[in-house]
Ligand binder design. Structure first.
Ligand SMILES: O=C(CO)[C@H](O)[C@H](O)[C@H](O)CO
Ligand SMILES: [Mn+2]
Length: 289
């Protein structure tokens, strides 16, 4: 397994420039840096080259995370929004391919976070989501990219809340580069068993996020990491384990993630770095067995 971190740990905005995290994260000992794909289309070609080169020089693998926005996503009941979603995905996939990204994960099948002030049509949204993901899968495959559909908790989305629902969805799509993605934070809310959920995903598991129940770094909470590690090893998972901690308030990230208190013990950047490094050592120790 490869170990990574989402740079949103240090940031308040998804649009933050990921370049400054490439060297930092490599130096902390990570194999993988996850970058937000939300704004990659706004990067100049020169900047994409620079990020790509810097990742290569630092021996770092890049993965991408995405929560599509409500005005352009693949399963909207509105055909104009679906078309804008398709265009956005084509551009985004093309740009992340330039960074040698082979995995994109998140609620790709919907928009995020969901607006529950509107009526929920789970059946209709799911059917359109299967169609939308199926429609973009070959485009991603031609760029060598896996689409990893993140199973989210009920407060963030309604289509995929459990590993079982993720597996059924991925089977309905039936494309080899469309996979299930799990996240221990969401699993803690929705799954009866951590190990059971990972085993249910089995060979379809394409990407994995980690975080404690309150999204602090792994090792500072009560997720059963041994059980998680045993199950990941049992299914022969060889993908990335990317920690996705959120500990600071503010900005679009703080608002989307609903961070309303400081969970970092007022850590400065140096302390945040040490916490990330400790969490990496802890994760390797607990998950590798
Ligand atoms: O777990 C998540 C949201 O709660 C997601 O992984 C990301 O934060 C989202 O897709 C944005 O990249
Ligand atoms: Mn996640």
């Amino acid at each position: 397994m490869k170990y990574g971190i989402y740079y949103s740990y240090w940031e308040k905005e998804w649009s933050a420039d990921c370049l400054r995290y490439v060297e930092k994260v490599a130096k902390l000992g990570f194999d993988v840096l996850e970058i937000a794909a939300h704004h990659v289309n706004g990067y100049e070609p020169r900047h994409l080259d620079e990020i790509h080169r810097c990742a290569k020089d630092n021996g770092l693998i890049l993965t991408a995370g995405l929560g599509p926005s409500k005005d352009r996503y693949l399963s909207s009941p509105d055909a104009t929004v679906r078309a804008a979603g398709r265009k956005f995905f084509e551009e985004t996939l093309t740009n992340i391919a330039k960074l040698d990204v082979h995995v994109i994960g998140g609620g790709l099948y919907s928009y995020w976070p969901l607006d529950y002030s509107e009526p929920v049509d789970k059946e209709g949204d799911r059917a359109r989501a299967v169609e939308g993901i199926t429609g973009i899968a070959d485009f991603a495959a031609n760029l060598g990219i896996d689409l990893c559909l993140e199973v989210l908790n009920r407060f963030e989305n309604h289509i995929l809340n459990t590993a079982e629902e993720g597996v059924a969805f991925v089977r309905d799509v039936g494309k080899p580069n469309v996979k299930v993605m799990l996240d221990t934070f969401h699993m803690n809310i929705e799954e009866d068993s951590f190990g059971g959920a990972i085993r249910a995903a089995g060979p379809l598991l394409g990407h994995f996020h980690t975080g404690e129940c309150n999204r602090r770094v792994p090792g500072k909470g009560r997720i059963p990491w041994r059980e998680v590690g045993e199950a990941l090893r049992e299914i022969g998972y060889e993908g990335a384990v990317v920690m996705e901690p959120f500990v600071k308030m503010g900005g679009q990230i703080g608002s989307d993630i609903r961070v309303w208190r400081d969970l970092s013990n007022n850590a400065d950047e140096a302390q945040m770095d040490r916490d990330a490094k400790d969490a990496l050592i802890f994760s390797r120790y607990m998950l590798e067995g």
